[in-house]
Design a protein around this ligand. Structure first.
Ligand SMILES: [Zn+2]
Length: 49
């Protein structure tokens, strides 16, 4: 069972990525380092609702 989540840049707060996650393996909010086209660099992206 996978849940749709949105990943937002922690620096500019833009929601750059839509993805899915398995709530059994990641019950808490995910944080992933991804490229942000607005910051034009890699930043931490946090799961938002
Ligand atoms: Zn950003």
């Amino acid at each position: 069972m996978r849940t749709r989540i949105t990943l937002a840049c922690t620096e500019c707060k833009n929601r750059n990525y839509d993805t899915t996650k398995d709530k059994k393996t990641h019950p808490e909010r995910m944080e992933i380092k991804k490229y942000c086209p607005f910051c034009r660099k890699h930043t931490m992206h946090k799961e938002t609702k």
